[in-house]
Design a protein around this ligand. Structure first.
Ligand SMILES: [Zn+2]
Length: 87
């Protein structure tokens, strides 16, 4: 991860533990997507319930890994919006 934004110079490296909040973003979005997907797949009745369980379990492992960077970015943007820093 870069230390500063090339364009505006915003410091990406904040205090230790700052990006802990991005885990909540990542977990929350994963939980919402799995819940919606479960009910959608249940209602559509395309796959057997056992396959739905496997599909969503795999999703729970793959999606947060893929979304890790974006969750950090969202967290940083959220913090910058609500608590702007000049550095
Ligand atoms: Zn910038």
């Amino acid at each position: 991860m870069r230390r500063r934004c090339d364009w505006c110079g915003l410091n990406y490296e904040r205090e230790p533990g700052f990006f802990l909040g991005s885990i909540y973003v990542n977990y929350g979005l994963t939980a919402v997507l799995v819940t919606i997907s479960y009910f959608a797949l249940y209602a559509a009745n395309i796959f057997p319930q056992q396959d739905v369980l496997v599909i969503l379990a795999v999703f729970c492992f793959v999606f947060p890994v893929w979304f890790f960077r974006y969750a950090r970015s969202l967290w940083l943007g959220f913090d910058q919006y609500w608590d702007p820093r000049d550095d």
